[in-house]
Write a protein that binds this ligand. Sequence first.
Ligand code: ADP
Ligand code: MG
Length: 696
Amino acid sequence: MPTAHEADPAHTPLTALSGVGARTAEKLAARGIVTLQDLWLHLPRQYEDRTRLTPIADLRAGVPAQVEGVVEAVERGFRYRPLLRVALDDGSRATLVLRFFHFRTAQVAQFAVGTRVRVYGTPRAGQNGLEIVHPSYRVLETADAGVLDADLEPVYPQIEGVGPAVLRKLVRQALDRLPADAALDLLPVTLRGSVPSLREALLIVHRPPPDADLAALSAGIHPAQQRLAIEELLAHHLSLRRQRIALQCHGAPLCDGPGDLVERLRATLPFALTSAQERVFAQISDDLRQPRPMLRLVQGDVGSGKTVVAALAALQAIEAGAQAALAAPTELLAEQHYVSLCGWLQPLGIEVAWLAGKVTGRARTRALEAIADGRAQLVVGTHALMQEGVGFHRLGLAIVDEQHRFGVHQRLALRDKGGDGGLVPHQLVMTATPIPRTLAMSAYADLDVSAIDELPPGRTPVQTVVLSGERRPELVERIRAACAAGRQAYWVCTLIDDSDEVVAQAAQSTFEALRDALPGIAVGLVHGRMKPAEKQAVMRAFKEGALGLLVATTVIEVGVDVPNASLMIVENAERLGLAQLHQLRGRVGRGAEASTCVLLYQSPLSMLARQRLATMRETSDGFVIAERDLELRGPGELLGTRQTGIAGFRVADLVRDAALLPQVHAIAEHLQARSPGVADRLVERWIGGASRYASA
Ligand code: ADP
Ligand code: MG
């Protein structure tokens, strides 16, 4: 009789492998690795090519390489902290320094002058030529010399308490027990396309043969990786669909009053809703009247007027005796929402509370009490709303703005604050990042999607001008002219350096230069290093028109709303992505005046930068820009998960793998309809019982 394990290697516990005792098993389990299948899917994050040697003279900073040489000199210092420097010579007329900051005495003894060592690491520029900090290395006995690895070496995500060599050994053992295709593959062959079988794909990804396309593997676009990505995307898609169905089983607070509060706000608004706003609010309003939780994403380009739609939704919940909460990703944005919403809702007698990280002491206690006992009918704030210790009396509607900046966890954390015996609040998420439809379908399979696809009337499209940075001085005149006409302007400083500090310094000096060049015009400065209260004071002054020019970093990217501003200048625009440029440009063109956005660039422009700037000049349609963004981003162009808000895939990348989505959706349909049992097994394989999104 075969044991259960032999029958199903996928679910065999790791203790069946040699070298896995209770302690190692525990360490692995802490990372969710419990069975052989979990190890199969613990995929390398990169590969090291130790199949060849690079002469020291050919090393390049930032490019990982393997080197072999003889110890030429050793220096051990204790200046501020222990330091070991080993100089290597390989006869290529250059020296490489190995630098260690922590080491054992035995290690020092290894590096006797004349010893031959083989080293792998990423060189960087040091004080005297290139150096590698904490390389992986091996002292070579003469017999060893010359024998190189035959295969690329996979590098796995680290696991606390399990060394890389041990982990590699375990993965190798687990792979030896991979079943044949028939027992392993869950995808219908007819829908699989040209990608390899799962077994084949796993073997290639874990043990790439020496002739494997390392560039494709490193970029994550090898057919073997695509096969895995299809399966992973499929599992997520199926799981989100199921969670959606599960969510529908919960009750939600019924918000089906007569709508008097909504009507009263409409009556006081200085504008009529656009037909897109009307349509989207009608959809939301309908959702709120159902006894099941709403889960709706509202996409609307910058300036399309999402906030007032959120306010109307909040009123419908409040009228039903429920509380509403609105969370925004930055304090600057949250504060603007707070100001707008107070302006609209307080005259109707609604109690609006404010909660951000900076609210402390008695103010915080008071806010928390009002939230807990239900006096606060609408609560506006940052992620502070999602933290422990915040409990609602009866949260009926949770609104999250710019949701791509929050994780799924945070959205769920807010939802879980319902506080109303078993009822789940309705959820409304809003985003101005136009997510191409293909992506939205997959990323948000669990959400209904509405689009506010129309801007309020009376806005003149922003004219976009692309200029070389050398023409900077002319812009001073433009600013002077705009201010003389009673308008206001933004000057946005960006740098390639991500460090807040460096960008803040650049903004500071630009601010000083412009202030000196523009006597008679009040110039303000806002950047990420300022205290929230300072930032808010500057923003308020700009909004009230007390400042003519605002010098800013990209902190103003989202949500800032000053309709009188009609000129924006963006420095180093070639360094920004399309999504960010579009967001920035959205700060102007909010009033009836014709607005201009000047994109300054530094030559020489790369091909991609040139195309990005051309796109900005040609269109202001957020969806077109998002689609173009996707096309222009080849592998290798950095994108974070910021765009999609979905982190935590093992192999898949929603943007890189967007082209796979139609196939994924087709397979999902097929499985859902014909083989729900197979769909279950796929979800279980990739997401497992302990799903991060459990019980969504
Ligand atoms: P976003 O969708 O970018 O969040 P906002 O909600 O900040 O846009 O709205 C942008 C500006 O347009 C605000 O000043 C808002 O009061 C105004 N607005 C919203 N809806 C309309 C409308 N239907 N007509 C005129 N102005 C509107
Ligand atoms: Mg907004």
